[in-house]
Design a binder for this molecule. Structure first.
Ligand code: ATP
Length: 144
């Protein structure tokens, strides 16, 4: 079966690097599916979960907090502001970040940057979604 190289990097570290059979990324206009031998592409990602398909293995999920995705020569490179594999996510920390962001949005004073609070909430949502995949993989009937 055809594969392609997937690399997920941040300014700080290499998060993922492997041969995969498909990727579904959080594009600005919804889910963006990429299969091997895809045409060249450069696009922006929003905070969300990135799903990695590998032949004969369960799908893997990675939380990305927005960034760029480039496809070139059967290689997909994601340059993310931050990214974590499901097993790396500290769920309590994400819940706390979510709580802080919601609090800032609801009780917003003149000093609160709404766009920043929303972005922080979306990062936390993405991390919680991916962290919960550890308990409810879609194959076990979890979904969504
Ligand atoms: P927080 O307010 O909890 O720091 P944040 O959304 O502001 O969350 P980021 O600025 O996106 O955090 O990320 C800073 C660093 O912390 C990155 O290296 C990121 O991978 C890591 N990180 C953030 N939240 C978590 C988490 N819940 N679990 C594991 N790593 C995290």
């Amino acid at each position: 079966m055809a594969t392609m190289k997937l690399e997920i990097v941040t300014a700080e570290r290499h998060v993922y690097s492997d041969e995969v059979s498909g990727v579904v990324a959080p594009g600005m206009e919804g889910e963006l599916g990429i299969l091997p031998n895809h045409a060249p592409l450069l696009t922006i990602l929003q905070p969300g979960e990135l799903r990695v398909m590998k032949q004969g293995e369960q799908d893997a999920y990675i939380a990305v907090s927005g960034g760029f995705l480039e496809v070139m020569a059967n290689r997909v490179v994601v340059l993310a502001a931050a990214a974590e594999r499901a097993e790396e996510i500290d769920e309590a920390r994400a819940q706390e970040a979510m709580r802080r962001a919601e609090e800032r949005i609801v009780h917003r004073g003149a000093d609160v940057d709404l766009a920043q609070a929303l972005a922080s909430m979306h990062r936390a949502q993405a991390r919680l979604k991916v962290a919960r995949r550890r308990r409810h993989p879609p194959q076990a009937g979890g979904g969504g």
